[in-house]
Design a protein around this ligand. Sequence first.
Ligand code: C2E
Ligand code: CA
Ligand code: CA
Ligand code: CA
Length: 275
Amino acid sequence: AKQAGRGTFRVFDEATDIHLQSRQKMKSALRAALGQGELSVFYQPLIGLADGRVTACEALMRWHRKGAGWITPDQFIPVAEEAGLIGVMGEWVLHEACAHAARWPDNVSLAVNLSPLQFHGGGLVDVVVSALRASGLPPERLQLEITESVLLDPTDRNITVLQELRAVGVKIVMDDFGTGYSSLGYLRSFPFDKIKVDRSFIRDLPHAREALAILKAVAGLGRSLDMRTTVEGVETQAQLDCAIAEGVDEAQGFFFSRPLPAPAITSFISGRLGR
Ligand code: C2E
Ligand code: CA
Ligand code: CA
Ligand code: CA
């Protein structure tokens, strides 16, 4: 902090400096982590509510940072985006996760999150196709999860990319549904294969009337627009019961399993076969 006229500003500036420094440090550490194999992919199962089997697993990135333990993506994805690293990281996740998923049973799909920034620069379709080819995973077993910020682009370029991905055969999922300003409106701009109701609605179940009304509405919307519906963040039997009562297709959450490393998810899947 320089030339601080008032103590309060001085303190604020120093805090900002420290914040910037640690962000800068995290950026270079993340760059190094990529090369040193400190990143890994965990998987969380999605459970079909009709039969209780694993329908898909969502790939969730983890960073085992030397001296700092496990770091969750909420901390490092924004840094990766800012540092221009999300493109290579996203490509790495696709390849890694498709290779794992190719060894799962045929009826278990893979869900991968895409950052809106991966739509920039134009290589996304090729990256997806090459991950599918290298792994042998059939395109219809890959679900790409996007948030509505991908659809904010007024030129509709990203819609074209989504259509190209759809033509490849992969499924497109709207993630975190209900959190944005006009989630409903975006359903008109692209025919999603699936919508995932945001965790914040599930958290307030079963007692919050508003959350229950929204869940009911989304489940109905899914049925009339021919989209599958998923709830995320299910932690209790009561929350699961709400989802079942509303006719939601799938559920995901700590109630079933936390995100697990690749070998553990394989055991989880086989443990639930034939249920
Ligand atoms: P998301 O896509 O909404 O993923 C779901 C998050 O909810 C995950 O957090 C998961 O661990 C957490 N979760 C699942 N069930 C429960 C539950 O019952 N209770 C609670 N409290 N949490 C639950 P995670 O793994 O920390 O990931 C956070 C976010 O980081 C993800 O949110 C996604 O937006 C982003 N992310 C993760 N991996 C990737 C990736 O490979 N690429 C990109 N672009 N983003 C990623
Ligand atoms: Ca997701
Ligand atoms: Ca989500
Ligand atoms: Ca989320």
